[in-house]
Design a protein around this ligand. Structure first.
Ligand SMILES: Cc1cc2nc3c(=O)[nH]c(=O)nc-3n(C[C@H](O)[C@H](O)[C@H](O)COP(=O)(O)OP(=O)(O)OC[C@H]3O[C@@H](n4cnc5c(N)ncnc54)[C@H](O)[C@@H]3O)c2cc1C
Length: 393
């Protein structure tokens, strides 16, 4: 039985583990965190990715976890309403999208494989030596093992990508924004809704999932340079966010205070990963590690799910890994690039850079609110899922 080591247990990692197990592989997943990481903003599963979760048998559970947001309200700097819309009018979905908390999706995927996949939590790959007989891996814990293949599903700042292709800066396409996500008490009593406040170049969003007594806070802001130095420094991240929002009104001071105290802070840049190739030898990449589209596209989790399904299918079907990895890439690269192309540097409609652009955005939103919901964006469904024959388990 071929052995595969997957680095990362969020969305792409467990989804790939599911499909590889079903196709007869012996799978190990290594995750840097102590346990499966909960939290994170609600994410969308839509278009082609809905077909993947349907084939995994997960639609009923995901429908139960569906967030069912009723409206998104945009506010002016003084807290007055600028526009209020149905969520699909903002995201470009067609109403069939599933919206679930990222942590719920990670847990649902984990549950499908927890009993027949080996998980190594609180560990990380340190070195890899790829040779004709396999990949020799050394872990931070001191473990040493050899696997037939290694797949990096370890996100935007992937260690597997770094060890295989070199420094992140070469592939990191910074779109000009940073953001912090965290939870805080729902003291405004929001229900099934998101509220987004704007100043030019900044937004403060509160996202209420159902009628929970906590909300997701989200503080994105424009910044000319990507703060590479802050990626491994939570205190620097907190200071960076606090200084970007210093002196702002509405609920911002309360949010900044909650951000400083949060134990679930998620800070990152709004960026894409664009690599000329997604594999080298016996090592391949999937999800954000290979082709992060940025949250502005709302497609990160969907691309991760589709990539996992297609990669596992080709690895099982092809005579060797070189053919499999080439077929995986050939099959989905146009789909990935179409989705990455949904946003460009500095054009985020959620936080326009100038007062004029913000006023124009608000006028456009008010007009959109009066129109019937659009059909979903064609890019979301631009790939017809391939069939890979019968499953072994
Ligand atoms: C806790 C958390 C919160 C998030 N919140 C948001 C959000 O608010 N907004 C947003 O747009 N996106 C967020 N994301 C990213 C979002 O989940 C991804 O864009 C998308 O779902 C694609 O998933 P992925 O599995 O490819 O990558 P990711 O979801 O980024 O998962 C990567 C996984 O790899 C693990 N990992 C990283 N380095 C190593 C290593 N060296 N060794 C082993 N494991 C490693 C991470 O802990 C993580 O579990 C969040 C991710 C996480 C993990």
């Amino acid at each position: 039985m071929s052995t595969v080591l997957i680095s990362g247990a969020s969305i792409a990692g467990p989804a790939l583990a599911f499909w590889l197990r079903r196709r007869g592989f012996d799978v190990t997943v290594v995750e840097r965190a102590q346990t499966l990481r909960g939290g994170g903003y609600p994410i969308d599963i839509r278009g082609t990715a809905l077909g993947v979760v349907e084939r995994m048998g997960l639609l009923p559970r995901l429908r139960e976890s569906h967030v069912d947001t009723h409206r998104i309200t945009f506010l002016n700097a003084d807290g007055s309403q600028a526009a209020s819309l149905r969520p699909e009018s903002v995201s470009g979905g067609d109403g069939s999208d599933l919206e679930v908390r990222r942590g719920d999706l990670a847990e649902i995927l984990f549950d499908t494989v927890r009993d027949d996949v080996e998980f190594l939590f609180e560990d990380s790959i340190v070195t890899m030596n790829d040779h004709p007989g396999g990949v020799d891996v050394t872990f931070r814990s001191g473990r040493q093992r050899t696997f037939d293949h290694v797949v990096g599903a370890d996100g935007l700042h992937s260690v597997v990508r770094g060890l295989t292709f070199g420094q992140e800066e070469q592939f990191h396409r910074y779109l000009g924004y940073c953001f912090a996500g965290f939870t805080l008490p729902n003291h405004l009593g929001l229900k099934h809704e998101a509220v987004i406040w704007n100043e030019p170049g900044r937004a403060a969003a509160l996202y209420a999932v159902g009628d929970s007594d906590t909300v997701h806070g989200f503080l994105p802001f424009i910044r000319a340079e990507a703060p590479f130095g802050a990626f491994h420094d939570p205190q620097a991240q907190r200071d960076l966010v606090a200084s970007a929002f210093a002196g702002d009104g509405w609920e911002v001071p309360t949010m900044v205070e909650a951000m400083r105290a949060a134990d679930d802070l998620f800070f990152d840049t709004v960026s894409q990963i664009r690599l000329p190739r997604w594999s080298s030898g016996r090592v391949a990449l999937v999800g954000d590690a290979a082709y992060a589209p940025s949250f502005l596209t709302g497609q990160g989790s969907s691309l991760a799910l589709v990539g996992a399904y297609v990669l596992a299918g080709h690895l099982a079907a092809a005579a060797d890994h070189t053919t499999a990895f080439e077929a995986y890439e050939r099959e989905i690269r146009p789909f990935i690039e179409a989705n990455q192309g949904l946003v460009a540097e500095g054009d985020a409609a959620l936080f326009p850079a100038t007062a004029e652009a913000l006023a124009a955005r608000n006028a456009a939103l008010r007009e959109r609110a009066t129109l019937p919901a659009e059909a979903g964006r064609p890019e979301h469904s631009a790939l017809a899922l391939p069939e890979f024959g019968s499953l072994s388990a």
